[in-house]
Unconditional design. Structure first.
Length: 85
């Protein structure tokens, strides 16, 4: 869930909890609103935490001349901190 999804759930939950004034048999609309707001807050916190986590990548390129053949040789390597999600 992204930050936008969390904000959307908070807004829909607030509308159901505070602005809607009707009843459905066997369903508490206000409780559903509170549950959606809690899920939105949790999604918002997770979205911010994942956004704040940075992935650093180190890229190295080395160029040299092969002493045997005289050709130019380029080596490239990339190192990262963690898995890409």
């Amino acid at each position: 869930m992204s930050i936008g999804g969390g904000i959307f759930l908070i807004v829909v939950g607030a509308i159901l909890a505070f602005a809607v004034n009707f009843t459905v048999a066997g369903v508490d609309i206000h409780l559903i609103g509170y549950i959606l707001m809690a899920a939105g807050v949790l999604g918002l916190i997770l979205g911010i935490a994942l956004l704040a986590r940075r992935r650093s990548v180190t890229s190295t390129s080395r160029t040299g001349i092969d002493p045997v053949s005289g050709e130019r040789v380029t080596r490239r390597s990339t190192e990262g901190d963690g898995p890409v999600l």
